[in-house]
Structures are given as C-alpha cells and as structure tokens.
Design a protein around this ligand. Sequence first.
Ligand code: KIV
Length: 277
Amino acid sequence: MRLSVKDIRSLKNKRKITMLTAYDYPIASLVDRAGLDIILVGDSLANVVLGLESTTEVGMAEMLHHTKAVNRAVKKAMVLGDMPFNSYQVNPEEAVKNAQRFIKEAGCDGIKLEWFKDCLKVTESIVQAGIPVMGHIGLTPQTADQIGGFKVQGKDAEAAKCLIEEAIKLEEKGCFALVLECVPDKISEIITKKLTIPTIGIGAGIHCDGQVLVINDMLGLFERYTPKFVKKYINLFPMILKAIEDYKDEVINGTFPGQEHTFKIKEEELKKICGEK
Ligand code: KIV
C-alpha cells in the first residue's frame, strides 16, 4: 500500500518528510526501496534527463510517458506528477482534465503545480475534483522570467509577506503540502509554523517539515550546473564514464567477452556442421 495524503500530513511535527524526484523505472525502484515518503516526477525532467534548457519545454506527453514508468516501479511511496507548463495555466477546466490524466492514465497519487497568478482558482478546482495537490511557491522555474530569474525569493519584507500570504491561501484552497523553493530559512520557518500542512523545502533551510532534491543532482548525474542548495551524496558521472571507457578498451583489446560471458555448443554437434578434422 502506498502512503496516503493522511499519512504524509500526519508526519508534520513527528518526523521529517523525505522526497526525491525520479523519472524512470530503475531509479524509482531504488528510491522506493530506500523508503522515501514521496517521489515526484518533476518537470526538471526537461533539464536533467532530456537535455533541454527550460522546464517550459516539456509537455503532457513527455511527463506522462516518464510518470507511467515511475508508477510501474513504486509500491510504498506516494507518487506525484508535476503539472508541466501550460497544462494548468490556461483555465481551471483544462487544468482538471490534465491533472486527471496523471491519476487515471499514469497511476499517480496526486499532482504538484507551481504558483502563478490564477493559481488559487486552479488549485481549488483540482482539489474539488478529488485530486490531492501539492503547491509550490518561492522560485517557480516555469515562470522564472517573471520573478527576476533563478534567484532566492522573499528576501525583503514585502516579498516575504507575499510568500507567507500565498502559503496560507494555498492551504485554505486545500493543498495537502507545499514546496518552498529558494526561500530564506527564517521565512520558511515562519511559513512552516503558520501552516497545518507540511512544507517541503528545496533551498529553503532546515526548518521545513521535509526536504526534496532532484535525484540527478544528488547522485552527481547532472554536470551542467549545481545549485548552492544541492548536496552531492555521490558523484556518479565520472564513475559511469570510467565503466564505459573500460568497456570500450576491453572490446578493442579483445578481453571482453570472456569465457564466462560466452555460450558453447557441444563438440559432437559442432562436428555435424564442420565435419571431422
Ligand atoms: O521539477 C522538479 O524537480 C521540482 C522540484 C525541484 C521540487 O519541482
């Protein structure tokens, strides 16, 4: 049985909530086996898997394709689909239709969406359709151009007050949890204390109720850039490169495949083809 909204909400003030992204079957299997609470099929897919510049470049087709693979792997964690750019900003009806596709077609337990100007109406409609919604405020990559780029948000009193208000309103509209991305730790602390729903931080300090990272960042599988808030728990990129180079060298110098990787035919059968020597 997978973790439910009730399970996740009940962790607030008990223990920290653990969340990572995943985009395919093998990594989702590992994250689930490690016992993480939530797996997000993030639209960071665009950058870390598909090699695109911006998360605005992935749509429903790519997101559903990867989300289905993740859902095939996961038994225990809650799986959330990240609503891609333009799948929920157009109008609430379209947003509900697309959110339903993550649940019905891809097998998700809920969705996440980023703050934008009509976010409250859209969130309310999706919640009313019975779909659990995780909000996302602070740095919202899909609209980074409109909020001054990829920068820490809520750094002055006025901006911080806006973030606090957004958080409160999203809870009122029925979000079951909230991602805070690139927010000063003291502001995350204020938001976390004001809300009854859990906050999940990414670059938002230690006071959040849980933490999330992009898995390719924390495994050292994404070389293009590393944000300050990322901790690399392993650096897989050079390790995988070395394995691939070793394979290449062994194929060229004839040491792979070895006898242990080779299939045999019985001598008597071979003789029937090649004849006695
Ligand atoms: O797309 C993503 O990976 C995200 C996380 C950074 C929260 O939205």
